[in-house]
Every structure is written in C-alpha cells, then in structure tokens.
Design a protein around this ligand. Sequence first.
Ligand code: GSH
Length: 216
Amino acid sequence: MLTLYAVPASLYCAKTRLCLRAKSLVWREVLPVGGYGSAEYAAQVPGGNLPALEHEGMLLSDSEAISEYLEERFPQPAMLPAGIQDRARIRSCSRFHDTRLEPAVRTLFDQVDPSGRDPERVALSRDAVVLRLDQFGQLPRHGPLMHGHGLTLADCGFPITLTVLRVLDDVMALNLIWPGAISNYYGAVRDNPFVAAELETYRPAIRAWAQRAAEL
Ligand SMILES: N[C@@H](CCC(=O)N[C@@H](CS)C(=O)NCC(=O)O)C(=O)O
C-alpha cells in the first residue's frame, strides 16, 4: 500500500499525485499526523515537509526523490526516456522547476493578502517570475511536452506551478504575459488526461487558498 502524506493546496503534493496518477497507481492519502507544521509530523518526517510517501516500511520525503523512487519501483509506464542524455535532460528540467521556477513563484505567496502587500516586493517577485518563465521557455524540449507526447517526470511539476501562477495572476492582477513557448507547453500538457484529472481537484483547492488569503 502506498500512503501519501499531503494537504490539498500543496503544490509539491499535487506534483507527486500527478506522478502517482501517471503510473496508474492506487494510493491512500492522509493528512500529516498532528497537522501541517506540527511537531508530531516533524518527528515522523525530519524537516516536516510535504509530501511524504510511505511504502513497504519506508518513509520518503521530497517530491523529486519520491518521483525517482516510483520510477524505479514501478517502471511502467516509463516516465524517463530511454537514452542516457535524454534522461539527464529530463532530470535537469525537473530540477529547474524545483530550484528555479517554483521558488520564484513561491515568493508571491505571502503577498497575496492585500492588507499586508508590499508593492516593491511584489514587483521584485514578478520580475523574478518573468525571468524564470523566460528561462523555462528556453529549456530544450523535444516535443509538445518535455519529451515527446507522454508525461515524463519533468512534466509533473510544471503544469501545477503554471496553474498556481495563473491563479495568483488572477487574484493579484500581476498581468503576466507568458512566452509563447510556455503557453504552447501549458496547452499541450493540460490535454494529458492525468494532468487534467489532477487539475480538476487541485485548481479549486489552490484557488480557494488564494481567495481566502486575499480575503476576497
Ligand atoms: N523540495 C521539496 C519542497 C516541498 C515543499 O516545499 N513543501 C511545502 C508544501 S508545498 C512544505 O512542506 N512547506 C513547509 C515546510 O517545508 O516545512 C519537495 O520537492 O518535496
């Protein structure tokens, strides 16, 4: 049995859920013991971060480590290409998501509430997001998705973060203009049935979070 520790509005939990869906796995989803940020959960998962996956007596955290574990433990359908260099490229793109794009988007989170918003910080965050979107548009992509037409490990984080960005843009009126390559990618990846299924539940969760934070 696979157990996913997750909360509905968490971006990295949605990324991991998408990987589970793409592998057609069955999993049980539970809230972190004692609640998000609790000492009980931190005692169970050092660092206290979400998501975490429990499987066959092992508890693993970090979405990237979890994805790679799922790929090795459940190799079909493959979510890494066959060639060594293509596999490396996909891993590199996925790391770009986790270490470049998403952290830039995350700097907007504490600015959603208009009562505590600092226009200078929003402008800096917006510039950082624009830079990362531009860089994302230049990543080597071999097909409409990161590699061909099927989902790879690198296609799990981007559709989630782009959806979060759309919601934030809407709530905070950021007026972002995406590079054409990103709009094309987002259109193509949302056509994937696993992405569509995940976004059907994730989009309302992140929208509700943003609207609550903005007190709309
Ligand atoms: N690199 C980690 C990042 C995970 C992450 O930032 N998770 C957030 C929820 S979306 C979290 O747990 N934040 C609270 C914390 O780190 O204590 C991953 O890929 O799993």
